[in-house]
Ligand binder design. Structure first.
Ligand SMILES: NC(=O)c1ccc[n+]([C@@H]2O[C@H](COP(=O)([O-])OP(=O)(O)OC[C@H]3O[C@@H](n4cnc5c(N)ncnc54)[C@H](O)[C@@H]3O)[C@@H](O)[C@H]2O)c1
Length: 591
């Protein structure tokens, strides 16, 4: 195929337009840059020169390549110049009337074959296309900021866009070394559609004082491996921009989960727009700075002292119990690993030994540390041995009756004042607590899998948990070098309550044939820097486990938008459970 679009006009050379102009010129194409007036054109040219000089300093390209590139870009302020382009990319401010006016003008100026693309984030491409007499040659091309390093491009087709125009623009994107994904015309497209609903829930979670901003952000970074916490990201994006995107999403979906959280409105009205104004959810050193000014002291400062913990018990013999025992033994605590039989306990200790061995092989642990941790771990088939433990963590089956029975047993066995913790991920901690005669000593310690590697622990206090019990667990996490975040006893705690609705939204997007599994995964990885796309993650977590968590969340909050997507239910019913069954959203057996 011929190289698509030898000459490209870029209208509006601000943050995005300047980046797009440089990216297109780098592919050897002629770029006609068009700004609003002479002064803006001069500023735009200076911006492009500065950005490319910076790229040379960073050794992203040579001085010669820069000169050649600059020679390909002309910058003016007469829209008529677009007549010479094969493709026009519009990157003016996010205002519908402005964009529609420009498209109407471009439609008059450009020959009929010219393709017109809008860079809009949240406006309707269809409404912009309707300002022209060539809607079949109008589409959205959504680059990400900063254009030079973000590889994703969403190519947005309306119901009228010709497949050829979309394919040509995707081919151009590939030539710019970008990864195009196909999306339909819906507010937010793929990435923002999934991202902003999640950011909005995080804002609402903060607003309801369920957890602190630091804890919400740390939970999502450490629990999901996200590059940034949601509140810090909202500050980076800009609170006003986030509201605009959410308003547009709500207008189309009428889903309450898209209605901007009231706190976003308050911050915006107060001029606290995030980093750019020096304050949003966090306070920054200066407007535009990324350096956060420390907030009120968090963690253990100002708390009551915890109880003394000299020895611990771990109940269970599965993955989590073994991992938690390893964490605590490595932190220097004598650990009783208690299972339903001596044999099960011995097997769990053998697993623990294997894991320690792997750490030694990888150079993460010395042979002495391995031996010390092993010497501290005693397997037992008798829960009665837990009588002297100062703290017991339970990691048995995720079944309320099983857990309640175990807590009743621990209540009889453990000494007064012992802290009793559950590592449940979706059952109410309070229901474990009320199975004992000492609910004030019961708390949640939600570890993540694999426990030795994952830094995060959600510390879940119920309405009855004693303050010094919370302190005890926070201190223990500190000694075990885990990052503790605090939250209340409600479904999903922090991480799952924010993660699973997002995964569910992705399933719904797929179910509605809005985008493909591969495109959605690619979009989230490249557009947000996520370590895995939603479908990769669902297949790893297990579709049955995911469905249960989504049902628990829906049951708790009764939010219609949280109802599990029927496609997920169907896959589970069909036995497609993800990697463990060989097939989930992808077929793993055939790979
Ligand atoms: N900034 C981001 O992170 C980001 C990311 C993806 C998409 N977008 C979208 O890209 C588009 C551009 O956003 P931006 O952040 O680059 O905005 P910006 O404000 O940085 O730049 C807009 C530019 O358009 C120029 N302009 C205004 N009226 C014009 C006219 N009539 N003719 C020609 N030029 C005109 C302005 O002088 C300015 O230089 C928006 O639709 C935005 O939603 C932004």
């Amino acid at each position: 195929m011929e190289r698509p679009f030898p000459t490209v006009a870029v209208v509006g050379l601000g943050t995005m337009g300047a980046g797009v102009a440089v990216a297109v010129a780098r592919s050897g194409r002629r770029v006609i840059g068009i700004e609003a007036d002479q002064a803006s054109a001069a500023r735009a040219l200076a911006r492009i020169e500065e950005a490319t000089a910076h790229a040379v300093e960073r050794e992203r390209f040579t001085p010669e390549a820069r000169s050649a590139l600059l020679a390909l870009i002309s910058v003016g302020h007469d829209l008529q110049a677009a007549a010479g382009a094969d493709l026009v990319i519009e990157e003016v401010p996010e205002q519908l009337e402005l964009k529609r006016r420009i498209f109407a003008d471009l439609d008059r100026i450009c020959p009929p074959a010219t393709v017109l693309a809008t860079g809009t984030t949240a406006l309707s491409v269809t409404r912009i296309a309707a300002a022209t007499a060539r809607p079949e040659r109008v589409l959205g091309v959504h680059f990400f900021n900063p254009v030079h390093s973000m590889r994703l491009v969403e190519v947005v087709r309306t119901v009228l866009t010709s497949p050829q125009a979309a394919e040509d623009v995707a081919a151009l994107a590939r030539e710019l070394d970008k990864e195009p994904v196909a999306a339909g015309d819906r507010a937010g497209f793929i990435v923002n559609g999934l991202l902003f609903a999640y950011l909005n829930q995080a804002a609402a979670m903060f607003e309801s004082r369920y957890a602190t901003r630091e804890d919400i952000d740390a939970a999502m970074r450490l629990g999901c491996g996200l590059p940034m916490g949601p509140l810090a990201l909202l500050d980076l994006i800009g609170i006003d921009t986030a509201r605009t995107v959410l308003e547009a999403m709500y207008e189309q979906s009428k889903d309450r989960l898209h209605a901007p959280a009231p706190i976003l409105g308050q911050l915006a009205a107060a001029g606290l727009l995030g980093r750019k104004s020096g304050r949003g959810f966090y306070t920054y050193e200066a407007p535009g700075s990324s350096k956060v000014v420390a907030g009120p002291a968090a963690g253990l400062a100002g708390r009551v002292a915890g109880r003394e913990v000299r020895s611990v018990g771990v109940c269970g013999s599965g993955t989590m119990a073994t991992g938690i025992a390893e964490v605590l033994a490595k932190a220097g605590y004598p650990v009783l690993l208690a299972a339903r039989s001596q044999e099960k306990a011995d097997r769990a200790k053998a697993q623990l030994a294997k894991s320690l061995e792997r750490s030694v092989a990888k150079g993460r642990l010395t042979a002495e540390q391995r031996d010390a941790a092993l010497a501290l771990t005693t397997p037992t088939g008798q829960y009665a041995d837990l009588a002297e433990a100062d703290l017991v963590v339970e990691a048995v089956a995720e079944d309320l009756e099983v857990k309640r029975e175990l807590f009743a047993t621990l209540d009889k066995i453990c000494k007064p004042g012992a802290v009793l913790a559950t590592t449940t991920s979706s059952l109410p901690v309070i229901s474990c607590a009320t199975a004992t005669s000492r609910p004030q000593d019961v708390i949640g310690m939600h570890f993540f899998n694999p426990a030795p590697a994952m830094k995060l622990v959600e510390v879940v206090s119920t309405v009855l948990t004693a303050e010094d019990v919370t302190s005890t667990v926070l201190e223990l996490c500190g000694k075990a070098r885990k990052h503790a975040v605090e939250c209340g006893d409600r479904a999903g705690f922090i991480v799952n309550a924010l993660l699973f609705p997002y995964l569910n939204d992705a399933v719904r997007m797929l179910q509605e044939h809005y985008a493909t599994v591969d495109d959605i995964d690619t979009a989230m990885k490249l557009g947000c820097g996520y370590p895995m796309g939603p479908f990769e993650l669902l297949d790893v977590v297990g579709l049955d486990v995911s469905l249960t968590i989504e049902q628990v969340l829906h049951q708790e909050f009764r939010e219609p938008g949280l109802a599990a997507a029927p496609l997920l239910e169907h896959l589970v019913a069909a036995g497609c459970l993800g990697r463990k069954s060989g097939r989930g959203f992808r077929d793993h057996a055939r790979r």
